[in-house]
Each structure stands twice: as C-alpha cells, then as structure tokens.
Design a protein around this ligand. Structure first.
Ligand SMILES: [Zn+2]
Length: 468
C-alpha cells in the first residue's frame, strides 16, 4: 500500500439503519453469506446487480487484507410463487411447464447461472450449498424451534410463531400490528398470526403433488407419491438459516441480498436463527442492494422489460461492460437502467483498459506535450489518487467516487510525460488495486463463447454498413 494509512471500511447496516465501521467477529477473518438464486429461470440483470454488489464487497474485503469465507446458496426447492406461504413451488411449477423433473430444471438453470457468473467475473464462493442437500440440517433447526416453543404444527405444515420473537420486524421496520391489518389467514393453514411463516410444508392439499419431498422423521428423500403428511419440504427461509449456520457458524459477519429479500426472507432468517441459538445478533452487518429499474419502469416479466445476460451480449456488449455499469452506480441508489448508460459504460471501461495497457501512461499519445520532462509526475501524485480511491471504497463502497479518482488520475497522466521509475511503480500498484476491486478491467474476450463473438462481429459489420 502506497502512502498514508487508509481509512476503515464503513458500511450501511440495514438492521441499524446507519453506517457503521466494519469489525469482524474474528480478527482478520470474515464470514459472509449471500442469498443465491432460485433456479427456475435465467436470472435477470436486476438479480446480478445484487450478486455483483456482494462480489465487490468481497473483493474489497480481500483487497483490504481480510480472509473471506463466502457462502452463496442455490435454492432448488421450497421457494413458493408468493413470498407468503401460498402458491406452488417455483421450481416445481417450471418443471410442470417444461414437463421435466424439478431437479432437471434446477440443475439446468443452476448451470446457466454459473456460466453467467463466470462471464461476469464473479468470484467463486467457498461453498455453494444446494438447499435440497441440507434438509437434515433444516429439520434439526425446525425441531429445536418446536422444542423451544417458537414453532407449532398444523394440518398442512409447521409454522414459526412471530409472536414468540419480540424483535420480529426490526430489520424491515414492520410491526406485528401493521402486518395483521388487512391480512387474512388461509383456513387450511390454521396459522395463529397472519405473519407466521412456514418452516415445513407437508405434502397435503395443494402441495399433495409436490415431487421433491423428504421424510419428516428421518430427513431422507421420500419416494411416496400424492398426499402424505409424513413427508414434506422445507420453507424457503429456514434453508438459509440452516446452510448459514452449518457452513459459517451460528453468528456471521455479513449477510447480503437484494432489497426485495429484506422482508419477509431476511426478517424470518433472523427470527429463526436467533430463536434457535439464543445468540444475538445472528448477523452483524446486513447489506442490501437497491432495486434496478428499466428506465422509469419497474423491471418485471409482466411488463416484458426483463433483460438477461445473453440479451446484453446479443446487443454487442461484453458481460464486463454490464459489470462496470452496474458497479459504477452506488449500491444504495435505484439505478435506472438504459441502453445509453450501458453504451457509456462500454466506452468508459475501454478508456480505463487502454490506460492500464499503457502502464498508466497517457491514453492518447497525442495528448502528451512534446519535450516534457520525465520527472513531471511524482509517486506522491499517484499515491494521492490511490488514497482517494481507497477512501471512497471504504466509505460504504462509494464506487462513483472511486472511479472519479481513477478518471482524474487518467486525465492527470494524459497531461504528463510517460511514467518511468518510481512513478511507474506507483501506477502499477494502483492499477492492481483497481483491477482487484472492480473485476472488470481484464481482457475478457476469452470468456465469451465463440458463437456469441461471431454474432457480435456480424452485428458490428452490419452496423458499419448500416443494414441492421
Ligand atoms: Zn436466503
């Protein structure tokens, strides 16, 4: 690290609703959990914005010297169509549509997700647990909650009693009062409070045809078919509580997700985990990415404005242009996604890349005034840009300010002689930090499948001929 000591990382904690200095439970080590995708369709760029934010945070923690253990799950069962405990399982529903087994659907979309993550230079987590492979751990948690009086059984499942956990609502700002206004309880659920949520769903009633199922008694895969109250499947929320404690311990440093996960998902995770372990807090720092809009509209399937990564690549952009675009805006702002913005990101990223390839020298050789002395820029000049960059990242991952420091450095070097000696060394160090933090300033062509590249080339040629 060049120059002065850096500031300490500060992050906005959704739980306390303020920025806090980050200090992990164990010095030098960070445990971090990210709610992964529900694998029933290709994720859209709004989902990736949240995964990219988590990746940026992890990279910055590592660049700051922490050893990070990152877990990102795969939800392949139990995520119902409505966040309330109604409707079909998303994976099973898609399986019915495509006339396949739910696990075939889950594995296919998991594969697509992994390909997209790779193309976006999202670092591989230490663990990618699949919910369907942690059912025994989930059932152990459910039994603990039953024993402690936090859960109760009904005809169609096992529910968590929100009234048994006084802090319920602390993360999202909800109260039990406002959650019961206008809410109704489905007769078949027999819930005690409308906000009570399912820990376990039995294969009865509307879930009588659920294909992926486990024996409640043993946690083994069940081969029964049709109605069978002794078999069932986990609720979505208990999955993350179980996988998180199994892999990272009962208390963790950071939990990330999209804004949409705050309620009910993360609120429920806190209630389950803290009730089961008696340890508070379950998570020290809750970090959430705000929603992405398509221009002025909400991004939604019904509006037909959902973009996936292949859509972006088919428009002639690199996955790393998208990465740059989504990271160039602070994660706590609602980005209004536009193609114009993506184009600007493409140009900006190319300029930074060109500058890096010149070792931090002028992007355009013509910008250098002839006859300037080599001693023109000093290592202190570069250290100052790097300090600004680090301070911005430590300031709740303020990427717009961090990138401003990069562009100011580029403009500065454009007016100075080609770097040499200590200046060159300082620039090399700074560039390494930028690359590490942002993950989108490496040549990426090798990661794009050949057929996609060919398609892009054809489009470029067509564009040049104006016959597209
Ligand atoms: Zn989760």
């Amino acid at each position: 690290m060049a120059g002065k000591k850096s500031s300490t990382l500060r992050l906005y904690n959704t739980l306390t609703k303020r920025e806090e200095e980050f200090h992990p439970i164990k010095e030098g080590k960070v445990t971090m959990y990210t709610c992964g995708p529900t694998v029933y369709g290709r994720p859209h760029i709004g989902n990736y914005a949240s995964f990219l934010m988590a990746d940026l945070l992890r990279r910055w923690l590592e660049a700051s010297g922490y050893q990070v253990t990152h877990v990102k799950n795969i939800t392949d069962v139990g995520h119902l169509l409505h966040d309330a405990d109604e409707g079909d399982d998303k994976v099973q529903k898609q399986a019915e549509r495509e006339r396949l087994h739910p696990l075939e659907i889950a594995r296919r979309y998991e594969q697509e997700f992994l390909e997209d993550e790779k193309a976006l230079h999202i670092l591989e987590p230490a663990f990618r647990p699949r919910a369907s492979e942690y059912v025994k751990q989930m059932l152990a948690l459910v039994r603990t909650l039953l024993k402690k009086g936090n859960a109760y059984e009904t005809a169609d499942g096992i529910y968590f009693s929100v009234e048994s956990f006084p802090a319920y609502g602390a993360l999202s700002g909800n109260t039990l009062q406002n959650l019961s206004v206008g809410a109704r309880i489905e007769v078949k659920e027999q819930k005690k409070h409308p906000a009570d949520f399912a820990l376990w769903k039995k294969c009865v009633g509307e879930n009588g045809a659920h294909i992926l199922r486990w024996s409640f008694a043993t946690g083994e895969v069940s081969t029964s078919k049709g109605e069978d109250p002794s078999s069932g499947f986990p609720g979505w929320h208990i999955e993350c509580s179980a996988m998180s404690s199994s892999l990272l311990g009962e208390q963790i440093d950071i939990h990330t997700g999209g804004e949409d996960n705050i309620f009910p998902h993360h609120e429920c995770e806190i209630a389950q985990s803290e009730s089961a372990t008696g340890k508070k807090p379950f998570v020290r720092m809750w970090v959430h990415r705000r929603r992405i809009n398509m221009g002025e509209e909400k991004m939604s399937k019904s509006l037909g404005n959902v973009l996936s990564l292949p859509d972006v690549v088919a428009k002639g952009f690199s996955p790393l242009d998208l990465r740059y675009y989504l990271l160039s805006v602070h994660y706590r702002t609602n980005l209004k996604f536009t193609e114009r913005g993506l184009k600007d990101a493409h140009v900006a990223r190319r300029n930074v890349l060109a500058w890096m390839e010149r070792g931090g020298g002028a992007v355009f050789a013509g910008d250098i005034e002839e006859g300037r002395p080599v001693s023109d820029a000093t290592p202190e000049n570069i250290a100052e840009f790097e300090r600004r960059f680090r301070d911005a990242m430590n300031n709740d991952l303020n990427t717009p300010e961090a990138l401003a420091a990069v562009f100011d450095c580029i403009h500065f070097m454009n007016k100075h002689a080609l770097p040499a000696g200590a200046v060159s060394e300082a620039l090399t160090g700074f560039i390494r930090v930028i690359r590490l933090a942002f993950g989108c300033f490496e040549p990426e062509e090798a990661d794009i499948p050949a057929d996609v590249l060919k398609l892009c080339e054809a489009r470029t040629v067509a564009r040049a001929r104006k016959d597209f």
